[in-house]
Design a protein around this ligand. Sequence first.
Ligand code: AP5
Length: 216
Amino acid sequence: MTMQSAAPRSKRILMVGAPGAGKGTQADAIAKQFGITHIASGDLLRKHIADGTTIGKTVEDIVNKGELVPDAVIMDMLRKPVMAASDTGGYVLDGFPRTVEQAEAAYRTAGNLGVGVQIAVHLEVPEEELIRRLLARARGADDTEDVIRHRIKVYEEKTRPLLEYYASRELLLQVNGARPVAEVTWSIIVQLQRAFKQPKTHVSAVRQATADKAVA
Ligand code: AP5
């Protein structure tokens, strides 16, 4: 590849959480706070579906059933926006990676170019609250109760293992997402500001301290 590595001070953040945990809501606030780009894999997929593109036609049925879209489609779709955002201040990624396999693939390509994730933020929210929020939103075919429950099951099986993955490689921030939106935002921003001030060598210690503190 001939792409350049990221601007040295770019901020690269990843949101992890179950459907309805508030990843999109909080990613918007984080992006505004730090002047970086919010990249949401689900929003990009829904745009492809609405526009009737080849990708959209390939993924529509999968998204409506709450299954995961094949890794190759996701990687192709995200490569350009992630590289562009890394060169212009950084990104907050919402909805990707969804599996350890996606994280490893991203690490192999993005990590080598210096555009890999620096900090993962985990939003924890109880299942009944997730279902309540998504039924109230009713975004489309994937916000019906059966599909919501299936999406949560897919999250538990395929995505939750990412927490261990990031805890062992990057800084993982644990946040209680079952509070009012502004309170969750404040908690995330305070923790991110603190984390960005830490020299790289202190990352493991901070990660451990964060884990010890449990859910902030
Ligand atoms: P995606 O769009 O990523 O859906 P999701 O992960 O299920 O997330 P949601 O958008 O439903 O929830 P969120 O956590 O972002 O919460 P939000 O802020 O919106 O993916 C959709 C589909 O695309 C997947 O099922 C899959 O098929 C496919 N896909 C996407 N990425 C993929 C990948 N990498 N690999 C394979 N397939 C992929 O908030 C939800 C609601 O709650 C809103 O109404 C909001 O106002 C409200 N809310 C938020 N915070 C609070 C709060 N603190 N208190 C009260 N209400 C709140």
